[in-house]
Design a binder for this molecule. Structure first.
Ligand code: URA
Length: 201
């Protein structure tokens, strides 16, 4: 079986943590399987659970418009989450749930081998910083600052920013998020000029 089909099938039928009991659909992720740029959120919400697709609710609409604001399309990037099943009432994922789910992300990143990984929100950022052996401080301090990181054998630029859901009703955070995406576009553009980023912008 194709390794992508295999990992997606394993995610859809996964019972490694208690979240499987609550889900309607697991949400493996979607987008280009050779994307240079990957977005990683926290966990599916209600609409994602209903559709099996990542970031398709209100926060997803904002994420999509931020991606388009960089001159890209959603289909040009890969979008997934740290945890692939919706926690009940959208509570934060628990450490054991993250631990059970992270091997899927590890496999996905090793197949995609992106150059830039954007961590959306503090849960994704903390998990990815820790996986890379880096010290996570806080979103207020570290958002919009690219760091070089090795995630499960894949060398990437890790870029933390606010979660779009947090920015929906907070104009200050939204402004920060928009600025971070402007910086991200520049980062991608400068990487392209140095010949390390292939087909963006
Ligand atoms: N929030 C997330 O973190 N991920 C989604 O897929 C949707 C909302």
């Amino acid at each position: 079986m194709d390794p992508w089909e295999l990992v997606e099938e394993e995610i859809r039928s996964c019972r490694r943590c208690p979240l499987h009991a609550y889900r309607r659909n697991a949400v493996p992720g979607e987008g280009r399987r050779d994307a240079e740029l990957v977005f990683i959120g926290e966990a599916p919400g209600r609409v994602e659970d209903e559709t099996g697709r990542p970031f398709v609710g209100a926060a997803g609409k904002l994420l999509t418009s931020l991606i388009e604001g960089m001159g890209l399309r959603r289909e040009d990037v890969y979008i997934t989450n740290i945890v692939k099943c919706r926690p009940p009432n959208n509570r934060d994922p628990e450490p054991g749930e993250i631990e059970a789910c992270i091997p899927y992300l590890k496999r996905q990143l090793n197949m995609i081998r992106p150059r830039v990984v954007v961590a959306l929100g503090r849960h994704a950022a903390r998990t990815l910083f820790e996986a890379a052996g880096l010290r996570w401080r806080s979103m207020a301090r570290d958002h919009g600052r690219p760091v070089e990181a090795e995630l499960w054998g894949v060398r990437v630029t890790l870029y933390p920013t606010y979660h779009p859901a947090a920015a929906l009703y907070n104009p200050k955070l939204r402004e920060s998020l928009e600025k971070d995406f402007e910086k991200l576009a520049k980062l991608l553009g400068s990487r392209r000029r140095t010949g390390t980023l292939l087909d963006y912008l």
